[in-house]
Design a protein around this ligand. Structure first.
Ligand SMILES: [Zn+2]
Length: 443
């Protein structure tokens, strides 16, 4: 734990009045993150450039004996409300407001987090602590009639972890298999995006498919606070293997590559609806429920809740965005000379998606619905090559990005250790097979 004094004693200014208004009117934000690390206050704050009196006094001396009281921040709370609730003096609130920018994080306290308070028997606030995030916490301590702020920065420890998992009857989806292996939602999502060009996680997972993933875990004071990047991953899907390794170029841009240095990015992603939204037990519709006869079916149906985002499978230009009886609201995108994709039965179009507009891969173009001939919300997706319908699940798709050349030596040097590790993990798991050499996945 390192402590940085970030403020000097400051005189009250006219600004204080303004800040009081902000502090008392801004509601607490809801916290989406429940991870918390108890902050250690066994710190030795160093105070610089304060008045001589303050230096002698030090922040720790007079408050040592008072126990910390932890107050849970409620939705809509602000500092002023908490002070009132705790019976604290308005003058103390004002003195904290007077600190100004260095304590400005206290204007945006987040519901669900905890505010630590040291309160004297005369109801004077002696100290306050607030953890902004797992790495940074603010400590405000009384010095005379004023308060001084310290920022405590914990040092994060990054640990490399790995996990392997297998698709089975019990765990038929990437999500289930990942959870069974102890992976977080976060890592499962990241994994799905790494392989989104090669694998349809909505349709193409089979019993026996397996994967290995090496990723960073970030620890503070011995507790895991979050995960970092996936460093490398390996996926065995329907008899093919895919490997990915993270590489950061000179410009600080991180991307995933095959072990041979080809980008994993391709002209088309497999699923225009993220697999996590797709219901698996959806058996459309050779026998059309409205027309009561077998309909020719030239696309793939993704069952998902109304309003689920639908993304462009590749970069291209919208050539149709309109509505008709059969297709409902639908979008057609032209990708270069050869390729066309169609997205049917949308509940609505995304903003700025109209005929003639360019869209980029992964851009939201509309939302799942049941307009047109559809009995339940789903996306009907078609993929055409030179005007001919192809099965997007099986069609051979063009590779988009070329090999990186300028950084090749650096790439080899930097990724060799982690690829070796991936290789040994894959080689040591039960799903491994002697023929699954990492280099084979590149081609
Ligand atoms: Zn369909």
């Amino acid at each position: 734990m390192t402590t940085y004094p970030i403020t000097h004693l400051k005189a009250a200014t006219a600004l204080a009045v303004f800040l009081t208004v902000i502090i008392t009117t801004l509601p607490a934000k809801e916290s989406g993150n429940t991870a918390r690390v108890p902050i250690s206050l066994s710190i030795e704050p160093v105070l610089v450039s304060a008045s001589p009196a303050a230096q002698n006094e030090g922040p720790g001396t007079e408050i040592e004996a008072i126990p910390w009281m932890n107050v849970k921040i409620r939705p809509g709370d602000n500092l002023s409300m908490i002070f009132k609730r705790m019976g604290l003096k308005a003058a103390d609130l004002q003195a904290i407001v007077d600190i100004g920018a260095d304590a400005s994080v206290l204007k945006k306290i987040i519901a669900g987090k905890t505010l630590g308070l040291q309160i004297s028997s005369e109801k004077r606030l002696m100290a306050l602590r607030y953890e902004q995030n797992p790495l940074e916490s603010l400590l405000v301590t009384r010095v005379g009639n004023k308060f001084v702020v310290y920022l405590n920065i914990s040092e994060a420890e990054v640990i490399t972890a790995f996990q392997t998992a297998r698709i089975s009857t019990d765990a038929p989806s990437l999500y289930h298999a990942g959870k069974k292996a102890g992976l977080s939602d976060n890592i499962i999502m990241k994994l799905s995006y790494i392989f989104q060009w090669d694998i349809s996680f909505a349709f193409d997972l089979r019993k026996g498919d397996a994967f290995a993933v090496i990723y960073e875990e970030i620890y503070v004071d011995g507790e895991k606070v979050k995960e970092g990047d996936i460093l490398a991953a390996h996926f065995q899907n329907m008899g093919k293997t895919y490997s990915a390794v993270l590489f950061e170029d000179d410009n600080g841009v991180k991307n995933y590559y095959t072990p041979a240095g080809r980008s994993l990015r391709k002209a088309f992603i497999r699923d225009p609806v993220h697999f996590s939204h797709v219901s698996s037990n959806f058996n459309l519709r050779r026998f059309h429920p409205i027309h009561k006869r077998v309909m020719p079916h030239r696309g793939v149906d993704y069952a998902a809740n109304r309003g689920t985002p639908v993304v462009a499978a590749g970069d291209g230009k919208v050539i149709i965005a309109r509505q008709n009886n059969a297709s409902g609201k639908y979008v057609v995108i032209q990708h270069g000379e050869q390729y066309t994709t169609k997205y049917l039965h949308l509940s609505s179009f995304a903003k700025a998606v109209r005929s003639g507009k360019n869209v980029t891969q992964g851009q939201i173009i509309g939302f799942v619905g049941s307009t047109g001939w559809a009995t339940a919300p789903h996306l009907h997706f078609e993929f055409l090559v030179n005007g001919v319908h192809r099965n997007p699940k099986t069609v051979k798709l063009p590779k988009a990005k070329p090999i990186l050349t300028a950084n090749m030596n650096q790439f080899r040097t930097n990724t060799a250790p982690i690829l070796m590790r991936l290789s040994s993990i894959v080689g040591s798991t039960t799903f491994a097979n002697a023929s699954y050499k990492i280099s084979r996945s590149d081609g």
